[in-house]
Design a protein around this ligand. Structure first.
Ligand SMILES: Nc1nc2c(c(=O)[nH]1)N[C@H]1C(S)=C(S)[C@@H](COP(=O)(O)O)O[C@H]1N2
Ligand SMILES: [Mo]
Length: 527
């Protein structure tokens, strides 16, 4: 049955099914790419599972009960199979329409992806960025849908009689379609399947995390003094909420570490090798401690610093079990993904330093990005030499024999956090009203403590800022200076003095090799 546009010999029915197949391949590419992007953006951005979870939420209770009665524990499989069939049918329709009534196929693909993206971003705890996976997947799907439809037209829509020469081009056109379609289909299947495996692992770990309740601390942190928070708009809060805490690591894909199989081994220059499991760790008397963590890459005035309440077990206690041997001076901590940090052994053994094997951050299990289930936190040291996330091994060794990940890449092998201060408000480049302006920010010298902060306007005399309280010397402190601002452009500078009497140097140094220095300076317009 030759179709109206059909070249003699090509059946309209064949074209119908081929165009449906084009739609299915385009949908597969959309899902495959979305799954791949989800590996980086977050497992929660996988559209098919978000839609599934959404359906579960939307469906009325009686229907859920009915499905569970009918299918038992296979209920989720039934849901996924139903969704898959629905996607197949919609995709087939999209392919057919794109061939016959463009751009309606594309419209369907975009609309369905839009609904899926909506499902993703409306999941609890989801953020808008998660829509990225579906959107990028959709773009890939549209490209493939259009390219394949065009090739299908070239192959199938021939009205000229078949001469030998033309049938030669027809064969070429067919080959072009078949090759493109196969590559897209096989590529989407391989990429999608591989990425799904990875996402399933991290999705499983995140549900384990959500279900967890950590034990209370045996030694709770004293309540944060009320005077730690000055309550000034735009000033960083004393305790940084987890969602706002900076994140730095080399992990393209965050390691999915299941606490039930997690173990920490203490090896190397020790009398007793120690191995501890998650349950054993949680059974120990845990300590709570507020400490400020900073990245060595933080520029003067930068945001790679935060202050949190950590819950964990003192590392010195575990080291005491292991009994380091003479000559050891460093602990090389290693993460599940092979990253390492070299921390001075004496800091970790010091009774006055709450170096923790942390499991909790601000009252919840460590967020996955911040090292779930277990990380190190060492007050006073930059993260790159101390704060190993997803930690699984402590090797007692020497600075002569071993080095951490960054220490042979242009960064110093020791990394005490430098005394620094930052102006949070007013922002540089902003305009403020004449009169009293609260110039405020934070200052830190973790483990030493901040003694004073001074502010100076336009190279005038240094003025003492008012310091807020802090939980201990291990955290930053808020400060404020009430400035009587008069019209014009003004330059504001800040400098801190720590409890050792050291005042921040004006000398500007870049972050490498051991942390930036200089006075944070902002210019504001008063009018
Ligand atoms: N496994 C692992 N842990 C790591 C890193 C890393 O790349 N991998 N980066 C470190 C660095 S450089 C810093 S500054 C801190 C940051 O911790 P955060 O992401 O929780 O703020 O983690 C440290 N721990
Ligand atoms: Mo860092």
């Amino acid at each position: 049955m030759p179709g109206q546009h059909g070249r003699p010999g090509t059946s309209a029915r064949g074209t119908f099914w081929l165009s449906a197949l084009v739609g299915v391949i385009a949908a597969g590419v959309t899902l495959g790419i979305a799954e791949l992007v989800a590996v980086f953006v977050g497992a929660g951005s996988s559209p098919i599972f978000a839609v599934g979870a959404w359906v579960i939420d939307l469906v009325p209770g009686w229907f859920k009960t009915l499905i569970i009665d009918l299918f038992g524990t296979a209920d989720k499989a039934v849901l996924l199979i139903t969704l898959t069939l629905l996607v197949l049918v919609l995709a087939g329709i999209a392919g057919i329409l794109e061939y016959r009534r463009p751009p309606w196929g594309m419209v369907i693909l975009i609309a369905v992806s839009g609904v899926a993206a909506l499902a993703v971003v409306t999941r609890p705890d989801a953020s808008g960025i998660l829509a990225l996976s579906t959107v990028i997947g959709m773009i890939g799907g549209v490209v493939v849908l259009r390219a394949l439809t065009a090739r299908l037209h070239r192959w199938r829509d021939r009205t000229r009689p078949v001469s030998a020469a033309v049938s030669g081009t027809a064969a070429l056109d067919r080959r072009s379609f078949v090759v493109y379609a196969s590559v897209a289909a096989v590529g989407a299947a391989i990429v999608g399947f591989g990425a799904r495996m990875a996402n399933a692992g991290s999705a499983a770990v995140s549900s384990v995390r959500t279900a967890l309740t950590l034990p209370a601390a045996a030694t709770p942190a004293p309540p944060v003094p009320t005077g730690a928070e000055l309550g000034i708009p735009d000033l960083s809060s004393y305790v940084t909420p987890n969602a706002e805490f900076y994140r730095i690591d080399t992990a393209l894909q965050v390691p999915a570490v299941d606490p039930t199989t997690w173990k920490l081994r203490i090896i190397g220059m020790v009398e007793n090798e120690v191995e501890i499991s998650w349950d054993e760790l949680l059974a120990l008397p845990l300590t709570e401690h507020v400490a400020t963590l900073s990245c060595v890459s933080n520029e003067v005035g930068g945001g790679l610093i935060g202050n949190a309440l950590w819950l964990g077990y003192p590392i010195r206690e575990l080291l005491a079990r292991a009994k380091p041997t003479a000559g050891a001076d460093m602990v090389l901590s290693r993460s599940a993904d092979g990253w390492t940090a070299g921390t001075p052994l004496d800091v970790l053994q010091d009774a006055g330093t709450e170096a923790l094997l942390a499991v909790g951050m601000n009252g919840e299990p460590l967020p996955i990005d911040h090292g779930f289930p277990v990380r190190m936190v060492v007050p006073g040291l930059y993260g790159y030499v101390s704060a190993t996330k997803w930690v699984t091994e402590l090797k007692v060794t020497t600075f002569a024999d071993d080095f951490g990940y960054w220490s042979d890449k242009g960064w110093s092998e020791k990394g005490p956090i430098k005394t620094e201060s930052r102006i949070d408000t007013p922002r540089g480049g902003s305009t403020v009203k004449p009169g009293t302006v609260a110039v405020a920010g934070v200052a830190w010298a973790p483990h030493t403590g901040i003694d004073g902060v001074e502010v100076r306007i336009d190279d005038g005399a240094w003025q003492k800022a008012k310091l807020a309280d802090s939980a201990s010397a291990d955290t930053w402190r808020q400060w404020v200076y009430e400035w009587e601002a008069s019209g014009g452009d003004h330059r504001i500078e800040v400098r801190a003095t720590d409890a050792s009497g050291y005042t921040q140097t004006q000398k500007q140094a870049p972050p490498a090799p051991d942390g930036a220095t200089g006075w944070h300076t902002v210019t504001v317009n008063v009018s």
